[in-house]
Design a protein around this ligand. Sequence first.
Ligand SMILES: [Zn+2]
Length: 79
Amino acid sequence: MTVPLPTATTRWRCTLCGNLTRFDVTRSSKVVEYVHLDLAGEPKIEEREVLSETIESVRCRWCNAADKVELVDRPGAGS
Ligand SMILES: [Zn+2]
């Protein structure tokens, strides 16, 4: 199941209920973190570089449908 990715002119819309604004996005990413530990051993992440990122699923917060999103134009885009 593939999720279409929104672009600069498009956005997600739930095909079942029409929700445009609230989604739970499951994303897997590969990141490099710069971990800086203080003298007590407490770690703090000071930088994070995303090497790759994949959206695995998008679930509608309104009707709970998974991966039922389509792309529609953003307001003002297109015309
Ligand atoms: Zn929905």
